[in-house]
Design a protein. Structure first.
Length: 220
């Protein structure tokens, strides 16, 4: 299988400065940007010609862009797409994912978050993995919880915290900064109505998030 460094990407954004900024982020992954476009017409031509594995598209004109995204992914079903947008409206997120995007990243996010989204699009990970991850961790089956406000990522982080992983370990596992881990933890504490990781770990144990053997011995 080709390594991540061999991936090719086409970028689409109506603002040329953003195209250059995204290209700089992808160089860290690394992914090679083989084409940049400011219009759908040019982007379609580049995709047809270059057959990239990755498309990153900005979504200011949301309805037309989602329609174009759905159409281009139907033509090139093996291409992965990531949507960049200034909007964090859940309706916009759902529309982009419904059009076939593999990930949705808001433009105010840290550049590392885009790099993580690219990695998770192509590689097994704790969050998206269907089998053993690159870190040697097998995601547990998604439990049916009585607290549906937890996102999939928050649920995975909660499970790993309850298993004893530190913030720095989680950051390395998830390819994010420790600040991003802390951000997710603060949301988890708020949603669960707890004040620290010990209480959150106890909640995870009570609700069956831990492997059976750990539930038997309890959370230290």
């Amino acid at each position: 299988m080709s390594g991540l460094g061999e991936r090719k990407a086409v970028l689409v954004d109506s603002h040329p400065l953003w195209l250059d900024a995204v290209e700089e982020v992808l160089a860290r992954v690394p992914v090679e940007v083989v084409g940049k476009a400011t219009t759908f017409e040019d982007a379609s031509r580049l995709i047809e010609e270059l057959e990239p594995e990755l498309l990153i598209v900005e979504t200011s004109e949301r309805e037309s862009r989602h329609a174009w995204l759905a159409a281009i992914l139907q033509r090139f079903p093996n291409m992965n797409a990531i949507v960049l947008s200034i909007s964090d409206d859940p309706a916009d997120v759902n529309a982009a994912l419904g059009a076939g995007a593999a990930a949705y990243v808001v433009k105010k996010a840290h550049p590392d978050d885009l790099a993580v989204a690219v990695r998770q699009t192509f590689e097994s990970s704790i969050y998206f993995g269907k089998s053993t991850s690159a870190n040697g961790i097998t995601p547990s089956p998604e439990p049916q919880l009585d607290h549906p406000d937890l996102t999939r990522r928050e649920l995975e982080i909660l499970r790993l915290v309850a298993e004893g992983f530190s913030n720095s370990q989680l950051a390395r596992m998830l390819w994010v900064t420790e600040q991003t881990v802390k951000f997710h933890l603060s949301n988890i504490y708020r949603k669960l109505g707890v004040s620290n990781r010990t209480e959150a770990s106890r909640w995870a144990q009570v609700h069956g998030l831990l492997p059976h053997e750990q539930m038997q011995s309890g959370v230290s």
